[in-house]
Design a protein around this ligand. Sequence first.
Ligand SMILES: Nc1ncnc2c1ncn2[C@@H]1O[C@H](COP(=O)(O)OP(=O)(O)OP(=O)(O)O)[C@@H](O)[C@H]1O
Ligand SMILES: [Mg+2]
Length: 289
Amino acid sequence: MEHVPVQNVATPSAVGARPGGSEPDHPQIGPLVKAPARAPAPQIIGARGLAKTYPNGQAVFAGVDLDIRADQRVALIGSNGAGKSTLLKCLIGLLPSTSGEITTLGERFLAAPTGAQLTRLRRQIGFVFQNHGLVGRQSVLTNVIQGKLGLKGSWRAWHHALARQEWREEAMAVLAEVRLADKADARADQLSGGQAQRVAIARALIRRPKLLIADEPAASLDPAVGRDIMRIFSELAGEHGITLVYTTHDMQHALDYSDRIVALKDGRVHFDRPTARVSPRDMEGVFHG
Ligand SMILES: Nc1ncnc2c1ncn2[C@@H]1O[C@H](COP(=O)(O)OP(=O)(O)OP(=O)(O)O)[C@@H](O)[C@H]1O
Ligand SMILES: [Mg+2]
């Protein structure tokens, strides 16, 4: 495995220092302005020596180390069955790992988080999956407000008529962000796949998550709509300072909307690299050879 740290690689120009910190050879012309070294971005996910074997003996991965810092957009790639969905679930405590240590959003746990940790994690994480999981017979607005479930005072969230006025306003605001405010009153089962996925994004956003997990969010969409969804994810993550981790089988989606790509292969992290340094050959190698 090749591991290249992505963030906080302090280049001389970035910190206003000279290579090696040595004194200049020539007399200084003007003051040497020393910018303060940037503090590392907060850690969002840290995993050490993570392994997962399902109870039926199916070994998925082992020895996975991962360090995801705030504001990164990370694409997780790998062939069918490589373990992407399993890894995502382990990292956020929805599935117990077999060994290793995980720290997600400040919650440190071994196999699985405690109930209290899981509650705290859920409050800070938004999820979007391939089959958006909307309640078809309810309105778009109700579905978005239901994103509040699990947050404080959330018993009101099950139906928008009971929801606080401010939540309805928030729901309309996030619907506007995904350009779907005009569909607030439509039934969710009357939406196209792309529209439904935008509602799912709005429902995740209303939680004001620090971390957004998206498992193949564009998988069942046509190419243009799929790109549109990925663009919305990527822009919203940037605007709201949300860390985005998504899986995809579309290599262009991996390259176009991430800052970093993590590839899983043969139960290991095959590479973990800034997207700008991932070549077509690297991508090929994930699926062949
Ligand atoms: N509940 C389960 N019990 C046993 N094995 C499982 C279970 N869920 C997944 N697996 C197996 O674990 C491996 C990894 O599955 P996973 O769904 O994480 O892969 P993936 O990379 O997300 O695949 P895909 O690209 O098809 O979504 C596969 O071999 C799969 O068959
Ligand atoms: Mg999967």
